[in-house]
Design a binder for this molecule. Structure first.
Ligand code: TXA
Ligand code: MG
Length: 339
């Protein structure tokens, strides 16, 4: 038996016995459990130290599974699923009884997606059951894009991780909610931007003559997981909204502002320096947004270990484009400070 087969068989055993496993996907690695094992779902929250108010995404390997998780599957779900799945789009749909309140944090809806990774699809197929999986990191921290990252997040938990290589997309899926209104009108909210853009979704809906509108204001209650801070690396990340400039020019301002940061925002601990910043580490991201997203979390992890006391990313002109929207969202949340 080769090691991939062995990892897969062991993963299925753990899942079937009510355990959790690390699952590769094209976006980030997930910490997966069968949706029909409540203790396993609880274990996800405990292992991640995730508050119970933040709902989990359910992963499917067939459209039929997705339809069964929803009590009101509509034409927009069907169209977008057919067009974008398997892929980095999560749709929030009215949940059916197959989905427990624990998974959805008591919400009447569930986020579903079909991941575009052969090993994730294989795992769900072999389990013969959809798998709930949030990103496999401690709550509020940087998401993992390799098996080694997952192992380093849960050192004392002895988590079994299926190795699917490095994630190709590198940031989490786009999450959308779709509200069906009278006369077959639809209102669509982007709860979390990602690799699949608003324009791509718009194009599919227009081509299929759907009467829809984007809801531009984010309803916090409809999206309990969208805290102001998230994905933070081990040392503070500072995003500077300008092209590169001499570091001395901004260091005084950084030190002054870091000092004023609160300890916690929306129950997420803010990463702060212990003293004055002396050794900033500047991260430069590739010019191509796809590559930049792919490398982003790995760069944060790698550069956090370089014995600097903060990370700096200059967010210059190139970031002013829809293709950077997913990454901009992660930068805003991962940053302890934006200046
Ligand atoms: O790419 C991804 O989506 C990765 C991989 C593993 O699939 N998963 C992921 O899960 O990012 P997580 O738990 O880190 O983020 C899921 C977010 C929640 O924080 C929440 O904001 C939103 O999805 N979500 C899930 N269910 C929802 C629901 N019923 N209503 C509104 N938002 C929901
Ligand atoms: Mg996450």
């Amino acid at each position: 038996m080769d090691s991939e087969q062995f990892e897969m068989i062991k993963a299925i055993e753990i899942l079937n016995q009510g355990g959790v496993v690390g699952m590769p996907t094209e976006t980030v690695y997930g910490l997966a459990a069968r949706i029909d094992k409540p203790l396993a779902i609880e274990k996800i929250f405990k292992t991640k130290e995730r508050p119970f108010f933040d709902p989990l995404i359910v992963h499917v390997s067939t459209l039929d599974q997705a339809r069964k998780l929803s009590r009101q599957w509509n034409i927009v779900f069907e169209l977008l699923a057919q067009f974008f799945w398997p892929g980095p789009l999560t749709m929030v749909v009215p949940k059916s009884e197959a989905v427990s309140d624990l998974i959805t944090s008591g919400l009447d809806s569930v986020g579903i997606r079909m991941p575009n990774h052969p090993l994730a699809l294989k795992l769900i197929n072999l389990a013969q059951c959809p798998l709930a999986a949030p990103s496999a990191n401690k709550f509020g921290k940087t998401s993992p894009t390799s098996k080694a990252h997952v192992l380093s997040e849960f050192v004392s938990d002895d988590i079994h991780v299926v190795d699917g290589g490095e994630c190709q997309i590198g940031i989490e899926s786009t999450v959308i909610a779709i509200n069906q209104q009278p006369q077959n009108k639809y209102q669509i909210s982007i709860l979390r931007p990602g690799n699949i853009t608003k324009s791509q979704i718009e194009k599919v809906l227009i081509e299929n003559n759907i009467d829809f509108q984007f809801n531009e204001t984010l309803d916090k209650k409809a999206s309990p997981g969208s805290m102001k801070h998230h994905y933070m690396p081990a040392v503070p990340l500072i995003v500077i909204d300008s092209d590169i400039q001499p570091i001395d020019a901004v260091l005084t301002e950084i030190n002054q502002k870091l000092h004023q940061l609160p300890d916690e925002v929306e129950s997420v601990k803010i990463v702060k320096p212990t003293g004055k910043i002396k050794i900033p580490i500047v991260i430069s991201l590739p010019d191509d947004p796809t590559l930049a997203a792919r490398n982003f979390y790995a760069e944060l992890r790698k550069c956090s270990k370089l014995h600097g006391d903060c990370l700096i990313i200059y967010r210059g002109q190139k970031f002013n484009n829809e293709l950077w929207e997913g990454l901009n969202d992660r930068l805003n949340k991962a940053a302890s400070l934006i200046i």
